[in-house]
Design a protein around this ligand. Structure first.
Ligand SMILES: NC(=O)c1ccc[n+]([C@@H]2O[C@H](COP(=O)([O-])OP(=O)(O)OC[C@H]3O[C@@H](n4cnc5c(N)ncnc54)[C@H](OP(=O)(O)O)[C@@H]3O)[C@@H](O)[C@H]2O)c1
Length: 259
């Protein structure tokens, strides 16, 4: 019988590729997203992860034992810290942080039974703060910290929690990202330059299948790592960040995305 995996944000980008990859690897896959999608492979359930009641209803409608949940749904905003509206900030935390919390709340009692797994999609941007994407970086730090807490709290139940941290990956993330109002004469066009650089990197990013393969490996491992970065070069960046002085790391990131 196919093991059941629930993945959020399975309607596009990394989540869609991952959902189909896991189906092909023999899992039964439920996809939770706001879009309504027809598929022969994935059982899509319409669900906004920011709405706890909707998350509860989605989990209640899954009758089988659940082996794993993958918190992948996420959004971005870009622009200067000072120009982000309160609504923008609330929204990104609601999806990227509270959405993960809502899903885990309803998944944990089910995973206790199966000694299952939680995989949270963080980002290299949570390890290396990206200027003009600071709120996004903040939410991804929170995802990593939350995962560390889950791993410790749920250890005695045999539930494993892992944060998977992709770097730039080709998806619809760029087109879906909200740009805050740009008042760039104050910043001397730094915001526009920075966003253009980010978008170029993301468009030339890795194929989402690389993330799907890492997620599949985590699902198969008896003792998966608490955090795993996707791709050799990003592993190297994250490793170097730990070795180098913070001032130098910030200077390099400033030169890349802030100047
Ligand atoms: N692409 C990258 O370079 C990159 C790098 C590092 C980390 N990541 C992370 O990878 C994850 C997937 O991103 P992606 O690149 O695949 O972006 P994407 O193509 O824009 O996909 C985002 C997914 O999240 C879903 N979603 C958004 N808001 C939602 C909500 N309120 N409730 C339920 N689902 C919601 C969307 O579905 P609906 O619109 O149908 O709801 C969509 O399926 C995100 O957590 C992102 O932060 C991406």
């Amino acid at each position: 019988m196919r093991k059941v995996v629930v993945i959020t944000g399975a309607s596009s980008g990394i989540g869609k590729v991952c959902a189909e990859y896991l189906y092909d690897k023999g899992y039964k896959v439920y996809g939770l997203n706001r879009s309504v999608i027809e598929s022969d492979k994935i059982h899509y359930l319409k669900c906004d992860v920011t709405n706890e009641e909707a998350v509860k209803l989605a989990f209640d409608s899954i009758e089988e034992d659940i082996y794993a949940v993958i918190n992948n749904a996420g959004i971005g905003i870009s622009g200067a810290i000072e120009y982000a509206t309160s609504e923008d900030v609330d929204k990104i935390f609601a999806v990227n942080v509270k959405g993960v919390v809502n899903v885990c709340k309803h998944a944990i009692p089910r995973l206790r039974k199966t000694k299952g797994k939680i995989i949270n999609i963080g980002s290299v941007a949570g390890e290396l703060t990206i200027p003009f994407q600071t709120f996004y970086s903040m939410t991804k730090v929170a995802v990593s910290t939350y995962t560390e807490g889950l791993a410790m709290e749920l250890r005695s139940f045999g539930i494993k929690a892992t944060a998977v941290l992709p770097g730039d990956t080709k998806s619809n993330f760029v087109s879906n990202r909200k740009k805050t109002d740009v008042v760039d004469e104050v910043y001397g066009e730094r915001i526009i330059r920075s966003i253009a650089r980010m978008e170029k990197d993301e468009k030339n990013g890795k194929d989402p299948i690389t993330v799907a393969r890492v997620i599949h490996k985590v699902l198969k491992k008896k003792n998966p790592p608490i955090k795993v970065t996707v791709g050799f070069e990003y592993k190297l960046f994250v490793f170097l960040k730990r070795l180098l002085p913070q001032r130098l790391v910030n200077y390099i990131l400033f030169k890349m995305y802030g100047e």
